[in-house]
Design a protein around this ligand. Structure first.
Ligand SMILES: [Fe+2]
Length: 290
């Protein structure tokens, strides 16, 4: 029987209903994959997953990634990254982001070989605050004037790793991260392999320039594209509940997180995968075409 779904937003995103990911069969997994190809963000609520089950579910869709930062990985499963404000007895943050705001960005675009598929599972969340929003980069592309589309179609963006919302204490453990993540370039427009549908590929925080252009030339272009990418009517905002799993495609959406009360515990677990290039738009495929 096909999975039941309902829209998350009037323009994009789908919630999958009445499914238990621990008892997923291959037919249901194929259905979820087909939905993900059509919709860059999927929500599945009321799940009870341990880390290994989350890893196994993620691996159904692509090769799993190990995050460049070892200090935020789960000790029992290195494929799992902890997004949390929880601290150890000694006061060290166990995960990334703490309780501050994370402004609009996409994960992994600072890498030469981005792992664009992301699964975020809510273990413990505050009743208020800490909402996450996603902005659709394909609809942003559609909203651009034809003249702008033509002028940026073949450009490549310059990306750098930014350590956002990291407190000073955590930052001490990040020595050498710059040398492990040198700046990279990626095409600024990606296409879906099956339909050719286009979308912007840029990060308001981590795209700092355009290849071959001076900052004076690139900044107004980037400002226009970043404004298009984060326009309010192309955003879906989510209030987390325990047991929620959101899976999204960083090649088709940006995301951000609002701050929350630092005294309220929040723990989410994240896995990321390399999206198959024959099914999803990827910066790797766009680079190979050039
Ligand atoms: Fe993120």
């Amino acid at each position: 029987m096909p999975l039941k779904t309902r829209p998350l937003h009037d323009k994009f995103g789908v919630e999958i209903l009445d499914v238990d990911l621990r008892r997923l069969d291959d037919a249901q997994a194929s259905e979820i994959e087909a939905l993900w190809i059509l919709h860059p963000v999927l929500l599945i609520r009321d799940q009870l997953l341990d880390e290994q089950e989350q890893v196994e579910f993620s691996q159904r869709f692509g090769k799993i990634n190990l995050h460049v930062r070892t200090d935020i990985r789960s000790r029992s499963n290195p494929e799992v990254v902890l997004i949390s404000n929880l601290r150890t007895e000694a006061g060290a943050n166990i995960g990334a982001l703490a309780s501050g705001e994370a402004s609009w960005h996409m994960d992994s675009c600072y890498k030469p070989d981005p792992d664009t598929g992301c699964f975020l599972y809510a273990v413990e969340v505050p009743a208020t605050g800490g909402r996450t929003s996603w902005a659709n980069l394909q609809l942003a592309w559609d909203s651009l004037p034809a003249r702008t589309q033509e002028s940026v179609e073949n450009l490549r963006g310059e990306f750098a790793y930014q350590i956002y919302s990291v407190d000073k204490q955590t930052e001490k453990g990040l020595d050498g991260i710059r040398t492990r993540t040198p700046d990279v370039v990626h095409p600024m427009v990606l296409s879906e392999p099956r339909t050719g549908r286009k979308g912007l590929y840029l990060d308001p925080m981590q795209t700092f320039g355009i290849e071959g252009m001076t900052p004076e030339h690139s900044e107004p272009i980037l400002d226009e594209l970043k404004a298009a990418a984060t326009q309010a009517d192309l955003v879906w905002e989510h209030s987390w509940k325990r047991g929620d799993l959101v899976m999204w495609d960083n090649a088709r959406v940006l995301h951000r997180r609002e701050p929350f009360d630092e005294n309220v515990p929040r723990l989410l677990k994240r896995t990321t995968i390399f999206m198959p290039q024959d099914k999803y738009p990827t910066p790797q495929a766009a680079s190979a075409k050039r």
